[in-house]
Design a protein around this ligand. Structure first.
Ligand SMILES: [Cu+2]
Length: 805
């Protein structure tokens, strides 16, 4: 129980304006009295309170609120509604911007007109729609003066900082500091309390500061990425233990006692509330408006959405400002469409002359289906809202309802709440509107996260709609078995087998060619499972996600057709490395081993023929040596999780699925075209790489099947870094020159800008294809550092020799 403070009691009974007893609270800070306001000045109150989580538990948090409230308040003010500082000097309280622009109903912009050539596709309205913003957003136009008055109502010093822009400095308890500054250059910023390093930010003292050029209100910045509408996605993680300690007045050392997040939010919502399917209709509509992208299918060209470059009938997408104020590294995975990455932390990615930075991240505008978001990162991306490329023709033509695609963090422990309740964490979705007039649609709603998590739609053996004659077929049957790993350890593994693979790990390769009609038949045995072909983008029924289609008890045949590549075309082509995995209680089932590699080979174009013993990884990509093509998959294992049953946590029992504590670390995979091994677990003891001049180069394909970030490094035997990797593709998309609208987009390696590196940083579910260029004959070392998602600490390193000959 929470004891009401003396102040609350007085306020409730008589309306007291000043309490001087503690000497710490200024007189205007009474809960029953509106604070004094000044036109043009935004008041922010450093408050504390109890916040309801998605499982209805209350957690102590702090925040920058709009009015003074106290710990006992049933509705503490810990965040402001969106506010806009206009260049003309006004401060306007508005959920939408630009002020006066048309409001998209349920957040979804209506199209301008049907596309003149492409059936089921539309032209969009340019520079027309307003965007809704979530609470905590402060928008400022370039040219405005931002005036903030920050009131510290707590017992210790607090602070508001926008890194590199403005800072109140420490504000004493009871104190007020006014800050006035010119809006900086257009972009996305974080305001936060830097106290205790990450502590005050993670406790809730954070928000987003968006700066817009009033002459370019539908662009990221002048000449940078025009959008149809925009979104802010704030990623937040909550540790109730930290909250309790903070409430008790303890000083928290984030290094000695790192946070263990138990709740994961996007724009202050988790799970079924994020997805707009709670029975709170107002909150669900608000979630649609401010968090869940939606629109009509449009033609899209990544070279063409910068200002002044949008060609006739070619659309642009919806821009999302991804902001991570949380405690962990998030991995934002989009189903249905890859997204185009524009900028990180205010620095625009180049379109041609890219590089790999010191962290090991590729710095280049590119397609991704998983966007890594480190703590305090701000990344702007474009969601194209285009036809999902792997939908067969008849399925597309018959589309008569909205198609919903998940977005979730692939650092899967973030998909939980209170230690289970999958999918109860950092989730969203986006919607491809049905063709034709807007139809009101009723979603099933749920009274609780437990009801949602434990009532995903099940179907026995649903039929594959619009079945086509397959050109490639695969069978994937569930199995569970104890397997012996290369270190001699035995672990209970759940995975998939086919007719001949035997019960081994990882699950057998699915290898197809662009344009194939692919059928993958799932037989889940006695329990419910699905297959999500990660990075393949078919219609929702074939996407393998329970809450947007169904979970399978009997059998189901997934159908999809990988998109055809075109030389020098950055918009088409699906060749590259993917993986497939179960999407039921995903956090557990993927860790248990329910995944396998998926490779799409390109079709052969006459201008880019093959050679004996060689293949290309994309249509106009370099030839590589088939004999040494190698799969490398970092996989860490938490043995505690390997004792769980299939539905662990779904009914709300706390099984600690937010706590991934790996004790075993492996690099699985190996030669892709060698003889099938007989070991339980395929794991290379030695790698081979061709020397330049001794045939075609070797291709390594890396997939991070771990939940935490990894770093791959190449060194010589003395440990000295060797820049012998050349990154050629990421998440199934080639790195290309997209700098010239209307012009061919050749691979960056062919226009003088290869992405050479000795280190590659990649988080959960990210994939890289790389050529290996050993500088001389001899032995090199390939290392994988397994790091922690909160602390960044290296938990383990695995090293494999690379023999160059
Ligand atoms: Cu499963």
């Amino acid at each position: 129980m929470i004891e009401p403070t003396r102040r609350e009691v007085l306020a409730a009974t008589g309306g007291v304006t000043a309490i001087a007893a503690t000497g710490a609270i200024v007189s205007e800070a009474s809960a029953s009295q509106p604070a004094v306001t000044t036109p043009g000045v935004l008041d922010l109150y450093v408050n504390e309170g109890l916040v309801r989580m998605v499982d209805d538990s209350l957690v102590y948090m702090r925040g920058f609120g709009a009015t003074p409230t106290d710990i006992a308040s049933p509705r503490p003010s810990l965040r402001i509604s969106p506010q806009v500082f206009l260049a003309d000097g006004r401060l306007v309280s508005s959920r939408s911007y630009p002020i006066g622009a048309a409001l998209p109903k349920e957040g979804r912009p209506d199209p301008l007109a049907p596309h003149p050539r492409l059936p089921g596709q539309y032209l969009i309205r340019r520079r027309y729609w307003a965007s809704y913003f979530p609470p905590r957003t402060i928008v400022a136009e370039v040219g405005s003066t931002v005036r903030l008055r920050v009131h510290n109502r707590l017992k210790r010093a607090h602070q508001l900082r926008i890194d590199g822009v403005a800072d109140t400095g420490p504000i004493a308890p009871g104190g007020t500091v006014t800050l006035a500054f010119k809006a900086p250059v257009a972009g996305t910023y974080i305001y936060h309390d830097p106290g205790g390093k990450s502590v005050e930010r993670i406790l809730g003292l954070h928000g987003v500061f968006v700066v817009v050029d009033p002459a370019q209100r539908w662009e990221l910045a002048a000449g940078r990425a025009e959008f149809e509408r925009q979104w802010v996605w704030l990623c937040q993680d909550v540790d109730p233990v930290w909250g309790a300690r903070a409430r008790a007045g303890q000083v928290i050392d984030p290094v000695a006692t790192p946070p263990v997040p138990r709740y994961f939010m996007l724009n202050d919502r988790s799970g079924f509330r994020s997805l707009g399917v709670s029975d709170d209709a107002v909150d669900s509509r608000t979630a649609l408006e401010e968090s869940l992208p939606s629109g009509s299918t449009r033609d899209f060209d990544v070279r063409a959405f910068s200002v002044g470059q949008v060609a006739a009938n070619v659309g642009t997408g919806q821009m999302i400002r991804l902001v991570n104020v949380g405690a962990v590294v998030h991995q934002m995975h989009f189903h249905g469409n890859h997204v185009w990455t524009l900028r990180r932390n205010g620095a625009d990615f180049p379109r041609l002359a890219g590089h790999v930075d010191v962290e090991g991240h590729a710095v280049l505008q590119q397609w991704e289906d998983v966007v890594e978001l480190d703590q305090m990162d701000r990344k702007e991306i474009m969601l194209p809202i285009r036809r999902p490329p792997e939908v067969p023709e008849r399925t597309w033509a018959a589309r008569d309802e909205d198609w919903e695609y998940p977005m979730h963090c692939h650092a899967e422990p973030s998909q939980t709440a209170a230690g289970g309740l999958y999918p109860g964490g950092l989730v969203a979705h986006w919607t491809l509107a049905a063709p034709g007039p807007r139809v009101a649609h009723a979603h099933e709603t749920f009274p609780s996260q437990a009801a949602f998590a434990s009532n995903q739609p099940h179907e026995g053996s649903p039929e594959t709609l619009f079945p086509e004659t397959p050109t490639k077929t695969f069978l994937r049957k569930f199995f569970n078995r104890r397997l012996v790993f290369p270190d001699g350890a035995e672990h209970e593994i759940w995975s998939f087998e086919d007719e001949t693979s035997g019960r081994r790990f990882p699950a057998p390769l699915i290898r197809v060619t662009e344009g194939d009609m692919v059928h993958v038949k799932l037989e889940p045995s006695k329990r419910v499972h699905t297959i999500h072909h990660h990075g393949m983008e078919p219609d929702p029924r074939n996407d393998g996600v329970g809450h947007t289609s169904f979970e399978v008890t009997g059998s189901y045949t997934y159908q999809w057709r990988p998109d055809l590549g075109v030389p020098a075309d950055p918009n088409n082509g699906a060749s590259g490395l993917y993986f497939y995995h179960c999407h039921v209680n995903t956090v557990l089932h993927v860790q248990m081993g329910m995944f396998g590699p998926l490779i799409v080979d390109p079709i052969v174009h006459p201008a880019f023929p093959l050679a004996p013993g060689a293949r290309r990884s994309f249509i106009d990509g370099p030839l590589y040596d088939i004999a040494t093509e190698t799969l490398l998959v970092p996989y860490a294992l938490d043995p505690r999780w390997h004792t769980f049953e299939h539905a662990a946590g779904l009914s709300g029992e706390d099984v600690g699925l937010n706590r991934f504590d790996p004790k075993f670390f492996y690099v699985v995979g190996g030669l892709l075209n060698g003889p099938a091994g007989t070991a339980d677990v395929a794991s290379p003891r030695q790698l081979r790489a061709n020397l330049p001049g001794t045939g075609h180069p070797t291709l390594f394909r890396m997939l991070n099947a771990n939940y935490f970030p990894s770093r791959a490094r190449f060194t010589d035997t003395a440990g000295k870094p060797v820049e012998m990797a050349e990154l050629i593709a990421h998440d199934g998309r080639a790195f290309r020159d997209t700098s010239r609208p209307g012009q061919p987009s050749r691979p960056v390696r062919d226009v003088g800008h290869p992405l050479r590196t000795d280190a590659i940083a990649f988080g959960a579910a990210e994939r890289y294809d790389m050529l290996v260029h050993p500088p001389y004959r001899g032995t090199f070392l390939f290392h994988v550092d397994f790091t922690h998602w909160v602390t960044g600490r290296v938990l383990a390193t695995r090293t494999i020799p690379v023999v160059a000959s």
